[in-house]
Design a protein around this ligand. Structure first.
Ligand SMILES: [Ca+2]
Length: 312
């Protein structure tokens, strides 16, 4: 046989209508091992986006009297601005923090402020603390407005969004100016628009506001807590990620990989030949009822066989 003519092709099929299949895995693994298992065997640990999906998972585990891992893990590393700009997120290693900060003192410091005692950067504090705050207003002459009323971070955000644009986004360059202005008011600290939600990131990087927490899970000093779903009640608990639990994976049905071996004397780098093969695959799929798809080649790192086909 002419081994030079044997090509291994992978066909990745993407359906237009997204659909996910949930899988209950009856193995007891810690959260990280469960994540690895799901990624190797399916797509990822499950993301729960609404009540209907939460119900589906309960039914899948048949009212099991145990807590089953879902794809939620506590993370302290994802800081965001209220106004959403700049678009990048900050983490603990960014050069925006005062010395020793963010320290998440007490485990629940998820909002950030500036202080007259530090020109180096910000401090994380509990969002329920009442502080003055700094709004930003692009239409105002003085765009940074220090409001001396004491408010929680959430109420300060509401005020700024109602009265001005939003809570202020502060850079290293504007920090010195704002601290100077704060000193003039006689206040020592003020909220800015920086915050984090430690439970907003799922294993597959989806962001969703849906949750079913049994109790407020936000007070954790470290990132060793993960989310699980109690199959009998549908409520979520946060427990140590090292616990051995059964778990829910999901399979993204929009992407199905088919591996095909072709024996051919033709050169698959020939553009016309590639197009003919794509059309034949598409025709065959439609003939068996697989519609709403297109198929195309995906270049591989090495431009030689095996090559891959991708559809979308
Ligand atoms: Ca702090």
């Amino acid at each position: 046989m002419d081994t030079g003519s044997l090509f291994i092709l992978s066909v990745l099929i993407c359906f237009v209508h997204p659909e996910r299949k949930f899988v209950f895995v009856n193995k007891y693994l810690n959260w990280t091992s469960a994540q690895t298992y799901c990624r190797e065997s399916f797509t990822d640990l499950v993301t729960v986006q609404d009540e209907q999906e939460n119900q589906k998972l309960m039914e899948l585990a048949e009212d099991l009297n145990e807590c089953v891992w879902i794809g939620l893990r506590h993370t302290l590393h994802n800081w965001k601005w209220s106004k959403g700009v700049p678009s990048r997120s900050y983490d603990q290693n960014d050069d925006i923090w005062a010395d020793g900060q963010p320290d998440n003192d007490g485990g629940g410091e998820h909002c950030a402020g500036i202080s007259v005692t530090s020109l180096k950067g910000f401090n994380d504090k509990e969002c329920t603390t009442a502080l003055p705050f700094i709004c930003f207003d692009d239409k105002a002459v003085l765009k940074y407005i220090i409001v001396e009323e004491l408010e929680t971070w959430d109420d300060a955000q509401i005020y700024c969004r109602t009265t001005h644009d939003d809570l202020a986004t502060v850079t290293k360059e504007t920090l010195l100016l704002l601290v100077s202005q704060l000193m003039l008011t006689g206040q020592r600290e003020a909220w800015i628009g920086l915050y984090r939600d430690p439970w907003s990131s799922w294993s597959d990087s989806t962001s969703t506001s849906f949750n079913k927490w049994e109790t407020d899970p936000t007070i954790h000093p470290t990132d060793d807590s993960c989310g699980c779903l109690k199959a009998d009640t549908g409520l979520w608990q946060d427990i140590s990620c090292d616990t051995g639990n059964q778990f829910f994976c999901y399979q993204d049905l929009r992407q199905t990989v088919l591996k095909v071996k072709l024996q051919s004397a033709v050169d698959l780098n020939n553009m016309e030949m590639q197009q003919q093969i794509l059309e034949q695959i598409q025709d065959r799929l439609e003939a068996v009822g697989v519609t709403n798809i297109t198929v195309k080649w995906r270049a591989t790192a090495q431009n030689s066989n095996p090559e891959e086909l991708v559809t979308n």
